[in-house]
Design a binder for this molecule. Sequence first.
Ligand SMILES: [Zn+2]
Length: 84
Amino acid sequence: MDTTKHGRPIAAGRAADAYCAECDAPMSGDEAALNYKLIDKKTTRFLCPLCLGKKMGETPEHLHKMITLFRKQGCTLFSPWKED
Ligand SMILES: [Zn+2]
């Protein structure tokens, strides 16, 4: 896992795809894509899992589980799921 200058882990080998509109934290494309699912599929304002979680009343851990679920379902907004 790479870490950014903010010290937050992002997906290995990838630069941040988006930055949180509220706290400026970098996030992966999958984390940004969750905003399309939970806010609006046309949104241009992305929130990190922490800020999105606060808004939705969910924990960041739960949001990451949702990302995994959508990826496993083959949702095209997210990166393809690969079994280890
Ligand atoms: Zn944030």
